[in-house]
Design a protein around this ligand. Structure first.
Ligand code: ZN
Length: 152
């Protein structure tokens, strides 16, 4: 019962973000850019960031060509990271990564994942984990000035 409700919610959120991706488009004057590629699925994306002098993500957008999960994940990630500091972003990266590997149980461990918790069941589909984490690796690559990331 609980499981099918969770699955239904997951599908609704993925479909919604895939159909109406937030923060989609190229950014003019980005301070950080990185490209990500997931050869297993063919997902390809660019992440653009504008970081202000206080290390806050002033703006973040993405362009992509990929599956519904990679699109929805990038849409949700950019929504979650806008206005966050770089430290908070690194924290969220770690939490999201542990979530999709089933190392973090969002019900029993304090976390800042919010809506990103929707991805908590994805560890059951290992090939999909790479679709969901591609944008996060690209984001971190952009911040580290490592401008090309492959999720293998
Ligand atoms: Zn994919």
């Amino acid at each position: 019962m609980e499981n099918s409700r969770t699955r239904e919610l997951y599908q609704q959120v993925i479909l919604d973000h895939n159909k109406n991706p937030r923060n989609h488009g190229k950014m003019k004057g980005a301070s950080h850019v990185a490209e990500g590629y997931n050869p297993l699925c063919g997902d390809h994306l660019f992440i653009y960031l504008k970081i202000d002098k206080n290390n806050v993500i002033e703006d973040i957008t993405f362009e992509n060509d990929g599956c519904a999960i990679s699109t929805a994940s990038a849409s949700m990630m950019t929504s979650a990271l806008k206005g966050k500091t770089l430290d908070q972003s690194q924290n969220l990266f770690d939490q999201f990564h542990r979530l999709v590997l089933k190392e973090l149980n969002p019900e029993s461990e304090a976390n800042d994942l919010g809506k990103l918790k929707i991805f908590s069941g994805i560890w059951q589909f290992p090939s999909r984990v790479k679709c969901a984490t591609l944008c996060w690796h690209a984001m971190r690559g952009a911040l580290n000035k490592d401008n090309s990331v492959t999720s293998e």
